[in-house]
Design a protein. Structure first.
Length: 168
């Protein structure tokens, strides 16, 4: 005679919560874009596997953002950041590009398998976002966007090289 004693426990709920926590840790809570560690890791993984081709790293900074927070309040500033992130998500192809928030008013985009025309077009669209967001709203505060760009076939093949060059 063989006997077996056991207890079945449904752990689907715990597993689901664990996966939700892991996913939450990858994204910026305000903008829902990748956070700094996640986008860095994703870009490094991509570049380790895909050395060939033209890829571009864009560091995007909102100029004079401190004036928005100081003059219009942090809640308004948070709304600006959220709206800006939504616009970035429309500009970049989320199927093949990586977009993240890497600091207070700094964002990063990584374009994979691209070309110079597409890089330039997306950089110009990014710089023109505030024309759309603030038409007539901030008459006394000039807010704009700066974009630093590095391209893999010219500026380096690893994350650090591309980041430093785009940051210059």
């Amino acid at each position: 005679t063989v006997r077996m004693v056991g207890k079945f426990i449904n752990i689907n709920g715990e597993k689901k919560k664990e996966l939700e926590l892991i996913e939450k840790s990858m994204y910026d809570s305000m903008t829902k874009l990748y956070n700094r560690p996640t986008i860095k890791s994703r870009i490094e993984d991509f570049l380790d596997k895909q050395k060939q081709g033209c890829h571009a790293l864009l560091i995007i900074d909102i100029d004079n953002f401190k004036l928005v927070n100081d003059n219009l309040g942090h809640l308004f500033g948070d709304t600006v950041l959220t709206n800006f992130a939504e616009q970035l998500a429309r500009i970049f192809d989320q199927e093949k590009d990586y977009i993240g928030r890497i600091g207070g008013d700094e964002f990063m985009a990584f374009l994979t398998d691209t070309n110079r025309d597409e890089i330039e077009r997306k950089a110009h669209k990014t710089c023109s976002v505030f024309d759309y967001l603030f038409s007539g709203t901030l008459n006394n505060i000039h807010v704009s966007t700066s974009v630093g760009i590095s391209v893999s076939d010219v500026d380096g093949t690893d994350y650090l090289s591309l980041f430093q060059k785009a940051d210059q």
